[in-house]
Design a protein around this ligand. Structure first.
Ligand code: GLY
Ligand code: MN
Length: 348
């Protein structure tokens, strides 16, 4: 079905074929993920997954597409040349050196971008994909629970992140979905404050942003706490973010656009007077990549549809003071959105 969609694109654009080389897309179309990658070639008549010889056995075990192997670059270019790929569809992210090699050694004369068709497929998750993402989210919830138990005055941010990674792996995760963010005190004002060797202090806001990678799919959750009792300003920004996040989850449904959802969430933060401190978009799609389509931002007018998986993650960041972010991964359903990350949100 997925390969058929590419074939329809080849026909529509009068291409000789399509070449896919990025790992998320190779996994999406073949079901295989060799460490060294490979070359998925689709033409109107056939599809083949060409991999380095050392990956051959593994690819044959896992790939839904017939597998071929190559020993040397020369052998690979000869095989590709035999397919007469003069007009070739490739991913926008294909490296410049690969494009040059395709021109010089494979005889490709013209390139077309295939990103739109891949986006159209991957943006709607199948029930099977949603099930896997839901498990990735459950593991992220377990890691969050561990963080909430572990965080205390005097511990280093990195120690907390290490315990979380252990919990993830013990519960089936391949690894973290991205470098775990544990940002305490002044560092909580950094939206991407990856865990450092800073010791957590009394009265610190602590932003915990983490996710698990499970069977190639990602999860993403953020919670914020205060070590000890929150002061008035910490409470103010916390409850502004919490209200914005809750309104976002309630508003997410088919037929509104990603931009409209961003506006609803952004307006709550603005009403509290912190519009200038919300310095990123409301969220992003999650799947085989941690950041994919749609972008829940002012720049993305994608209409939400059942099966899309997105994050809703407003934040307020005040340099030198600290920050708050609350985030859930949610799936768009027939009439709303369902939270896949479920850790309690009201934590101060
Ligand atoms: N969880 C990290 C991010 O969304 O940028
Ligand atoms: Mn996120």
């Amino acid at each position: 079905m997925r390969i058929e969609r590419i074939k329809a694109f080849i026909e529509e654009k009068e291409l000789d074929g399509v070449l896919i080389t990025s790992k998320p897309n190779l996994f999406y179309f073949t079901g295989s993920s060799p460490v060294l990658g490979g070359y998925l070639v689709v033409t109107l008549d056939e599809a083949m997954f060409i991999v380095p010889e050392l990956e051959y056995e593994e690819a044959r075990e896992t790939s839904k597409v017939p597998v071929e192997k190559f020993k040397t670059g020369k052998e690979l270019y000869e095989r590709l040349s035999s397919l007469k790929l003069r007009k070739l569809g490739i991913e926008g992210g294909t490296s410049f050196s690969t494009v040059q090699t395709l021109r010089e050694k494979v005889g490709v004369e013209e390139f077309a971008a295939i990103d739109e068709v891949i986006k159209e497929l991957r943006i709607i998750k199948t029930p099977e994909e949603i099930e896997v993402i839901e498990t990735a989210c459950k593991i992220a919830d377990m890691a969050m629970m561990a963080a909430l138990e572990e965080i205390s005055e005097g511990k280093r941010e990195r120690e907390i992140a290490a315990k979380m990674e252990y919990v993830m792996k013990m519960n089936g995760a391949e690894k973290t979905a991205f470098d775990t963010i544990i940002a305490s005190g002044w560092r909580s004002a950094l939206p991407h404050g990856v865990a450092s060797d800073k010791r957590i202090g009394r009265g610190d806001l602590v932003v915990i942003d983490e996710g698990a990678l499970y069977r190639h799919y990602h999860s993403d959750i953020t919670r914020t706490i205060v070590v000890g009792s929150p002061n008035e300003k910490q409470r103010d920004i916390y409850y502004a973010v919490l209200e914005a996040q809750r309104k976002g989850v309630e508003a997410a449904k088919p037929s509104i656009t990603a931009k409209e959802l961003d506006t609803i969430v952004r307006n709550v933060i603005k009403e509290y007077g912190y519009g200038d401190n919300f310095i990123h978009s409301t969220g992003h799609g999650v799947g085989l990549q941690i950041h994919e389509w749609p972008r829940v931002s002012q720049q993305d007018e994608t209409v939400l549809k059942p099966g899309m998986v997105i994050t809703i993650e407003p934040g307020i960041y005040i340099p030198k003071f600290g920050g708050v972010r609350i985030e859930d991964t949610v799936v768009i359903t027939e009439n709303g959105a369902r939270r896949l990350t479920k850790t309690e949100r009201e934590l101060i």
